[in-house]
Write a protein that binds this ligand. Structure first.
Ligand code: SAM
Length: 346
C-alpha cells in the first residue's frame, strides 16, 4: 500500500481502484505515511507558511434550493440579510488593517439583476485596496456576468462542483440545477482568466466512495488552482438535516491525496473541519492543506449565514481571533503567510 502512495507522489495519478484502496485502507501506519508524504510535498511547495483569506459573507439570500444547505430558498427559519456596500468596505478596511491581502465575497446565488451592483462593489474594493486579491464565491451565472466581474477586478472564483456523479448531483440538488451546467461555469471561469476553485463535500448523503473517486479524477483532469473540500454537516431545517456528518479523517485523507496529485494546489483546511473537531483545522494542515479562511463578516450577521448546524465563526475561525489562530499554527510548527497567496502556477 505504501507503494501506491509513492506512485501517487511520483506520477500524480493512480487507477480508480487504487484511489479506492487509499480511501478504504485501515492500517494506521500507512494512513500516517500518506498524510506525512502529503505534508512533505506541501512544505516543499509553500514552506510552513499558511495563506489566509478573509471571508465576507455578503448575503444569505439565495435563489437556489440545494437540499443540504441551510440558506436554501425554502428555509423559512432564516432571517435574510444582505450587507450594504459600505458594510463590505468597512469589513475590507478592518481586514486590511489586520494584514489580510485577500478578500473572499461569498453568498447565496442572486439573479442577474444584481450583477452590476456586485461589479460596482468589486471595482470599489479594487480601487481602495489595489494590492489585494478579490475572490468571489457567488454561484452559477452566465459567462457575461463572470466576464463583467472579472473586468471589474475579480481575480479568483470558488465554485465547488459538489459531486461529479450525475445521479448523486440530482439527489442533492433541485431539478433545475445540473452538474453539466456547474462544470460549464467552471470552464468559463477558467477561460476568463480567473484562478478557479472546485471541490466537494465529504460524506454528503448518498455519496459512495466510488463517487469520491470520480471527483478525484475530475479534479486531476480539470486542475483547478484551488481545491475546496470539507465534510458535510447537517443543518436541521433542511431535508437532509437528519443525515450524519462526514468524517474529519476521510476529509484529511482526501486533502493528502489531492496534495500528492496536484502538488501546487491551494487547499484550504475548511471551517467545516474546525466545526466538527477542535483540532480539525490543524489535522487538515498536517495532511497537506495550506490555506485558512477566517471569517470577516460583521459579527451580528454571522449566525444568519448558517450553512450547517454549529458553524464555527468565532475564536480562531474569525479575523478578530487571529492571535488564537497564530498560536494554534505555532503549536504544530506553522505560521501565517501574510502575502496575497497566489497560485504558484497560473
Ligand atoms: N452560492 C455559492 C455556491 O453555490 O457556490 C456559494 C455559497 S455555498 C453556501 C458555499 C458552499 O457551502 C457550497 O459549495 C457547499 O459545498 C457548502 N455547504 C453548503 N451546505 C453545507 C453543509 N450542510 N455542510 C457542509 N458544507 C455545506
Amino acid at each position: 500500500m505504501r507503494s501506491l502512495v509513492d506512485t501517487l507522489r511520483e506520477r500524480h495519478e493512480l487507477a480508480p481502484n487504487q484511489y479506492l484502496a487509499l480511501l478504504t485502507m485501515h492500517d494506521p501506519q500507512v494512513v500516517e505515511y500518506l498524510i506525512g508524504q502529503a505534508r512533505e510535498v506541501a512544505q516543499q511547495q509553500f514552506g510552513r507558511g499558511i495563506f489566509l483569506r478573509a471571508l465576507i459573507e455578503l448575503s444569505n439570500v439565495c435563489r437556489n434550493d440545494c437540499l443540504y444547505c441551510g440558506i436554501r430558498r425554502s428555509n423559512r427559519h432564516v432571517a435574510r440579510y444582505t450587507l450594504t456596500c459600505d458594510q463590505v468596505l468597512d469589513c475590507c478596511e478592518q481586514g486590511y488593517q489586520f494584514g489580510f491581502r485577500t478578500f473572499v465575497l461569498q453568498g447565496g446565488e442572486w439573479g442577474e439583476e444584481r450583477s452590476q451592483w456586485i461589479a460596482d462593489l468589486i471595482r470599489e474594493i479594487r480601487q481602495n485596496w489595489p494590492d489585494c486579491a478579490i475572490t468571489l464565491s457567488l454561484g452559477e451565472h452566465p459567462r457575461e456576468t463572470y466576464a463583467l466581474w472579472r473586468d471589474a477586478g475579480a481575480d479568483r472564483y470558488l465554485l465547488r462542483h459538489e459531486t461529479h456523479n450525475e445521479r448523486l448531483y440530482s439527489l442533492l440538488h433541485p431539478r433545475e440545477l445540473t452538474i453539466q451546467h456547474r462544470l460549464q461555469c467552471l470552464e468559463w471561469l477558467k477561460e476568463l482568466g480567473y484562478q478557479v476553485g472546485a471541490g466537494i463535500m465529504v460524506g454528503a448523503p448518498f455519496q459512495s466512495l466510488k463517487a469520491i473517486v470520480e471527483d478525484i479524477q475530475y479534479l486531476i483532469d480539470f486542475k483547478p488552482h484551488m481545491i475546496g473540500i470539507g465534510p458535510f454537516i447537517p443543518q436541521s431545517d433542511t431535508p437532509l438535516g437528519r443525515f450524519p456528518a462526514g468524517s474529519v479523517d476521510l476529509t484529511a485523507r482526501l486533502y493528502a491525496i489531492m496534495r500528492l496529485a496536484i502538488p501546487h494546489a491551494l487547499i484550504p483546511s475548511t471551517t467545516a473541519m474546525a466545526t466538527l473537531a477542535s483540532d480539525g483545522r490543524c489535522r487538515g494542515i498536517l495532511a497537506g492543506a495550506n490555506v485558512v479562511m477566517p471569517n470577516l463578516s460583521p459579527v451580528e450577521n454571522r449566525s444568519q449565514y448558517a450553512l450547517y448546524d454549529n458553524k464555527a465563526a468565532l475564536g480562531a475561525e474569525s479575523v478578530q481571533g487571529i492571535k488564537l489562530l497564530e498560536d494554534e499554527l505555532a503549536s504544530i510548527g506553522y505560521h501565517i503567510d501574510w502575502s496575497r497567496g497566489d497560485s504558484p502556477r497560473q
